[in-house]
Design a protein around this ligand. Structure first.
Ligand code: GAR
Length: 190
């Protein structure tokens, strides 16, 4: 049985695109069965549509616990084996983690545990590091604190801006994410 993957996005969704393409290859270990977002205007939703993959939007609420429950229910409808946060810029809550903990992974544009949070690339540059990179990890209740599954380093160039460094990190990140999802998918049908 192929591993059913739900991908959560908030933005342009280039990581999602690499998962959509890899999952559509003949003999792929996984399939992206749905894409979710808290933003109706996330370009990732358009990518899902173009790929013929269903999507759902759960707008943020002032009642965060209720939003968490709705996100959990909307995700569960697609019966995922694995959920991937690919540029999803919201922290999920206890309901989501109770249901999907241990099969919810995230990709971060820095070498955790350094530079967690919303501005991993900017914070790494500001700290003057010569090497940064990407981390794929299992999501827990903390902010980018979960068990690390894989990391790749990316050299920081003297003339890098946040945009140029992030773009080079994302090239590596897309490849690593597909690799990790494939590995987890293989394990899920053992
Ligand atoms: C990726 O670099 C991902 O690591 C980052 O957002 C980007 C999404 O790119 N996520 C975070 O910073 C989460 N803290 P994309 O929209 O092109 O896939």
């Amino acid at each position: 049985m192929v591993c059913r993957v739900v991908v959560l996005v908030s933005g342009t969704g280039t990581l999602l695109q690499s998962l959509l393409e890899a999952g559509a290859e003949p003999g792929a270990e996984f399939l992206v069965v749905a894409v979710g977002s808290e933003r109706a205007d996330a370009f990732g939703l358009e990518r899902a549509k173009r790929a013929g993959v269903p999507s759902f939007v759960v707008p943020m609420l002032t009642d965060r616990a209720e939003w968490d429950r709705r996100l959990t229910a909307a995700t569960a409808e697609h019966h995922p084996d694995l959920i991937v946060s690919a540029g999803f810029m919201k922290l999920v809550g206890p309901a989501f983690l109770a249901r999907f903990g241990g099969r919810f992974i995230n990709s971060h544009p820095a070498l955790l545990p350094s530079f967690p949070g919303m501005h991993g690339v900017r914070d790494a540059l500001a700290a003057g590091v010569k090497v940064s990179g990407t981390t794929i990890f299992m999501v827990d209740e903390g902010v980018d604190t979960g068990r690390i599954l894989a990391q790749r380093a990316v050299d920081v160039r003297p003339d890098d801006t946040e945009a140029t460094l992030h773009e080079r990190i994302k090239v590596v990140e897309r490849e690593l994410l597909v690799q990790v999802v494939t590995e987890l998918a293989k394990e899920s049908h053992v």
